[in-house]
Design a protein around this ligand. Sequence first.
Ligand code: DLL
Length: 423
Amino acid sequence: MARGDLEQLQLERLQATVNRAYRNVRFYNRRFQELGIEPEDIRSLADVRRLPFTTKDDLRAAYPYEMFSVPLREIVRIHSSSGTTGRATVVGYTRNDLRTWTELVARVISAAGVTQQDVVQVTFGYGLFTGGFGLHYGAERVGASVIPVSAGNTERQIQVMQDFRSTALVGTPSYALHIAEVMREMGVDPKELALRVGLFGGEPHSERMRRQVEERLNILATDNYGLSEVMGPGVSGECEYQCGLHINEDHFLVELIDPQTLEPVPYGQQGELVLTTLTKEGIPLLRYRTRDLTTLDPTPCRCGRTNARMQKVLSRTDDMLIVRGVNVYPSQIEAVLLDVEGVEPHYQIILERKAALDEMTILVEVSSDLFTDRMSRLVDLEKQIKSRMHAALGLTPKLKMVEPRTLERSQGKAKRVIDNRTL
Ligand code: DLL
C-alpha cells in the first residue's frame, strides 16, 4: 500500500478507535475530560499527540475487565500476562479481534517464508500466554500443518521433529538454543532434519545470538515481536532479509518517544515504542507505552513491503540496571560475552549488595574443553572478558566461568538477571 493510502486508512481507523474508547471505556472518558479534548479534535494523524498515554499501571488498575470496551458476552477469548512483575493484566478479544490477530500473525509467518508446504512445530506454551495460541492460529491460516507440542519436554520435541519432519520451529530463541544443545547430546544432527526456518520471539536476543541459533540448528531464524496488552505476537516481524521487523501499521499506529521528556524522537534514533491500536474492539488502547526501546525506519524494504520497520528490540526502559551508579543494560553484557571465542550463549547476571556496595557477578558458561586444558587458558579468557566489559560498560564485574549445562534452562522466556539487592 502506498504511504498516502495507508495514512488515510490509519486516520479513519484512529477516529473510530478514539470514539470507541471515549464512549465505552470510563478510564479514557475521564482522561479526555481532564485533558479538555473530545474525539472530534482528532482531525489528522499528528493529532494523536493530543491523546493521553496508557501505561501498564493503568491496565493493572483496571484489573480484570475495566478496560474492556464491549460487554463480556461479546468477548470470546481471554488471555493474561503472568504478573511476575506485579499484578497481572487481562486482555479480551472479540470474534473480530481473533480474526485480525490470526491474519496479522499469518502475515508475519508468511514474511518468514512459511507456506502451506510447511510443517510448523509450536513450542510456545498454550495457555494464558499469547505465544502458543497466537502463532498456532496464524500458522493454520497460512495453511501449514501445525503441531501444537507446546512448551517443554525437549527430548520429545526432538523426537517429534524427526518423526513428523517439522520444517519450521516456533518458540523463544533461548529455548531454541536449548533444543540444539539437547540434540547434540542425543547425537541428532540438525542437518539430517527437515528443519529449515525458525520464527522466534517473546524475548530479546542479539544478532549474535540469532547467528548461533541459525548455525546450531542449520536454519534461517527470523524475529517477531508483540505484547499481550496490545494483542500478542503479530505486531511486527522480519522477512527473509532480516533487516528490521515490518510493523502491521494498518492495525497499529506507531510513535517513538523519549521516555523522559515524552517528546517524539526522529527516525533513526532510539526511543520508546508507543502503540495505538487501530482496529481492536475488545480493548482499544491509545498510545500504549510499551517500554521497549527501538528505532524506526519508514523506507520500503527490499522484499517490497512498504510498511515501516522497527529494529530488533534489545532492551526496555525498565531493564536498565544501576550498578554503583553506572547504567547497564543486560543486552550490553550479552553483546560483550557472545563476541568472545569459547563463550557459550548461556549467562546469568547476579546482583548483590555487600556493605552498601553493589556487586555484579556474571555466571557464564564456557566450552567444556577449556576446563580440561591448561588452567592458564581459562585465566586468559577471564582477563579478556573483564577488559572488554570494562571498555564497554565502564565497570568490571566479577566473573564466574562454569561448565556447559550448569545454568538453568528455560522452556519459555529466559531469566537473565537475578537482583538480590534490597534497595
Ligand atoms: O511475548 C508476545 C509474543 C509471543 C511475541 C510470542 C512474540 C512471540 P508478553 O508476554 O506480553 O507478550 O511480553 C511482551 O516481551 O514488551 C517485549 O519486552 C518482549 N518481547 C516480545 N517479543 C520480543 C522480541 C509476548 N521479538 C514483551 N524481541 C514485550 C524482544 C520481545 N523482546
